[in-house]
Write a protein that binds this ligand. Sequence first.
Ligand SMILES: *[C@@H]1O[C@H](CO)[C@@H](O)[C@H](O)[C@H]1NC(C)=O
Ligand SMILES: *[C@@H]1O[C@H](CO)[C@@H](O)[C@H](O)[C@H]1NC(C)=O
Length: 247
Amino acid sequence: MAPTTISSLILFLFLLGSVATATVFTLQNSCTQPIWIGTVSGNGAALLNSGGRLSIPFGSSIQLTAPAGWSGSFWARTGCNFDSSGIGKCAIGDCVGGLKCTGGGVPPATVVNFTIGTASNNKDFYDVSVVDGYNVGIGVKAEGGTGDCKYAGCIADLNRYCPKELQVIDNSGSVVACKSACAAFKTADFCCTDDHSTAKSCNPTEYSKLFKSACPSAYSYAYDDTSTTQTCSNSNYTIAFCPVIVG
Ligand SMILES: *[C@@H]1O[C@H](CO)[C@@H](O)[C@H](O)[C@H]1NC(C)=O
Ligand SMILES: *[C@@H]1O[C@H](CO)[C@@H](O)[C@H](O)[C@H]1NC(C)=O
């Protein structure tokens, strides 16, 4: 190769590297119990960490790196028991695939969704959703990015405010998750199906309003205000489970 070809190739690789950098997620467990991260990828993107292999003890964190253009979600699984080959179950947030999720979590679970930008459109989109219920608080903090990099999350302990008819109770009698009204009652108005399947006909309900008042920056029902979606560019993110500090 001619020296000019080589230097333009080096320049090209340098530019490629500088615009489409990987995004580092730091997943932090501040819950007083161990959690097992569940993660799935959208758009046929590669699974991070083979679908959430690692458990995180209280007070610890793990890092996962996503390539440009990655999209997918994270949630916390709790009350899990896996054998050495990864076969087992979780009481809350269980997924198909055992230790390594190959599909989404069983509701109720608080979910954080991400779409990471690409070189041509470098905006990352992220939101925390309690549309499918709540299990633990999640807070997302952008680090080092530019743009609309607001804190997103549902950091209130919704299990404490969960109405009786939505509560999921463990063997010791503690509320460990709070179902969505759709999951509890399976009606079209709560699920935003049939006559209620458009943004106009799917309205907030007494239950989604309760979730919204506890967690104003999270999605509370299918057509919730899209201002709850944050956009930020070229950032890393800390995703805290059971966060104690806002900001
Ligand atoms: C979050 O992602 C899941 C799939 O991973 C999807 O079913 C859900 O609709 C998304 N929620 C929001 C509010 O974007
Ligand atoms: C994201 O984290 C990586 C690895 O620690 C670091 O090299 C990079 O500079 C960080 N990016 C931002 C925008 O802070």
